[in-house]
Design a protein around this ligand. Structure first.
Ligand code: GDP
Ligand code: IMO
Ligand code: MG
Length: 433
């Protein structure tokens, strides 16, 4: 049975949480494989709004096993808070597990993230300040602390001692800041270890066992393609492999476990943080989209930069991820505009190009095709046929450009505000065929 993968195709916040929740209904297991609590995945069910940072968006279903996989970096303070928040509103978290191999975000990672950003000045990335980058740096430097180490306090003590000594040198000598206390961090983390120890598992064997038992497994991506460390708008990216390629690395599975590559795109673009954004709208239309789409970061509350749909970037994302199922979200937000602009070429210095450039300099600008807009509110439409004609033309234009059929259209944040455009394709991903 092929497993499902959900990935964001733009710069994050495409609605991965909503679509994961939708498909989790028929899944046995939802797994996060990269990133950390830099993510904010929102789920809206009737009057309840949930924002998940580390816990997979399958948790709302009490029968779904949720694994925070080996490729994720885990801030235990944030995870414990998230568990408490969910339990306090009656969500059962007893099936939430974390991988022994996952690396642990420490207080010095959060501080390093902040100090490095400060020292970059006007070249800063605009990170979430959650310590994600520095945690991955320690992983690659082979000095990181893993969830496994929280189960052996002597090993944890030694690793923490080594790391604190080095980080304190960096804090005092390079950044001219105060050193951290070994003892208080040690005591804080042994408390976290007590709370989390029963949830720490060998996720690789767990996932393989589930796969061979024909369990329906959904891998939930975080961040998105254009923030990928290798293929995004470097250096304005996050520090993990956000693409479908990252699933195998981040969960210890072979590529042939996977079959359904579900890409999520908004009907327009947004970006939080700095970096190139060829279709950014800097006038009041951008403000209207931000306001209608409630485009404020789910993790940091920062206003998201808004822009028109960028089909060059989207095609590039579909290509790298091998997308065979496409979902479009937030189409409702575009109602009311006379013209919908869609980027099909770039002006790059003085040249016109039709590819996503490696050097994502700021002087790449979108060239657009203007499509007619529609006035009707579509947020309560459930059938594709009932959408306004111009809206269907927009959808067709996207499908033709990408040569991929859209499976599902989301027209509101609520769980049920969806239009299944292609029933047989939707049936395949929801039944894992
Ligand atoms: P994620 O990080 O990809 O899970 O996305 P976020 O949760 O950060 O941001 C998506 C936001 O859009 C959330 O507030 C969702 O509730 C909301 N949302 C998702 N789909 C739709 C939609 O189709 N229409 C509207 N208006 N809002 C949506
Ligand atoms: P979800 O999973 C949108 C952005 C940050 C910054 C860059 C690097 O909710 O889609 P980091 O803290 O990762 O070192 O920041 O990446 N970023 C996101 N933007 N959605 C996210 O997650 C993001 N996670 C990180 O704003 O530009
Ligand atoms: Mg988000």
């Amino acid at each position: 049975m092929p497993s499902n993968v959900i990935v964001g195709l733009q710069w994050g916040d495409e609605g991965k949480g909503k679509i994961t929740d939708l498909l989790a209904k028929n899944s046995d297991c939802v797994i996060r494989y990269q990133g950390g609590n830099n993510s904010g995945h929102s789920i809206h069910i009737k009057n309840h709004y949930f924002v998940l940072h580390l816990i997979p968006s399958g948790v709302i279903y009490s029968n779904v096993k949720c694994i925070i996989g080996p490729g994720v970096v885990i801030d235990p303070q944030s995870l414990i808070q998230e568990i408490k928040n969910l339990e306090s509103i009656g969500i059962n978290t007893s099936k939430v597990f974390l991988a022994k191999r996952a690396h642990i975000t420490m207080p010095y990672h959060r501080l390093l993230d902040r100090y490095q950003e400060e020292s970059l000045g006007d070249k800063s990335i605009g990170t979430t300040h959650k310590g994600i980058g520095p945690t991955y740096v320690d992983k690659i430097s082979r000095t990181g602390i893993r969830a496994l180490d929280l189960l052996n306090l002597e090993v944890f003590r030694q690793k923490l001692r080594y790391n604190i000594d080095i980080k304190n040198q960096m804090f005092t000598k390079i950044f001219k800041k105060k050193p951290l206390s070994f003892q208080s961090i040690y005591e804080e983390y042994i408390e976290y270890a007590k709370i989390l120890s029963d949830r720490i598992i060998d996720a690789v064997y767990e996932i393989h066992d589930d796969f061979y038992k024909k369990k329906k497994i959904l891998f939930e991506g975080a961040q998105a393609m254009l923030l990928d460390i290798n293929y995004g708008t470097y250096p304005y990216v996050t520090t993990s492999s956000t693409s479908t390629g990252g699933v195998c690395i981040g969960s210890g599975i072979p590529p042939n476990f996977l079959g359904n590559f579900i890409g999520i795109t908004k009907a327009y673009c947004t970006r939080v943080g700095f970096g190139p954004f060829p279709t950014e709208i800097k006038d009041e239309i951008g403000d209207i989209i931000r306001h209608k789409g409630n485009e404020y970061g789910a993790t940091t509350k920062r206003p998201r930069r808004c822009g028109w749909l960028d089909l060059i970037a989207l095609k590039y994302s579909c290509m790298i991820n091998g997308i065979n199922y496409l979902v479009i979200t937030k189409l409702d937000v575009l109602s009311g505009f006379d013209i919908i602009k869609t980027c099909v070429k770039y002006k790059y210095d003085d040249k016109i190009i039709q590819y996503f450039p490696v050097n994502g300099k700021k002087n790449v600008k979108g060239i657009y095709i203007d499509l007619p807009g529609w006035k009707q509110d579509i947020s309560h439409v459930h059938k594709y046929e009932d959408l306004p004609n111009n809206c269907k033309k927009y959808i067709k234009f996207i499908e033709n450009y990408l040569n991929i059929e859209i499976v599902l259209i989301s027209v509101g944040s609520e769980r049920n505000q969806n239009i299944i455009k292609n029933k047989s394709l939707f049936f395949r991903i929801s039944t894992y065929n």
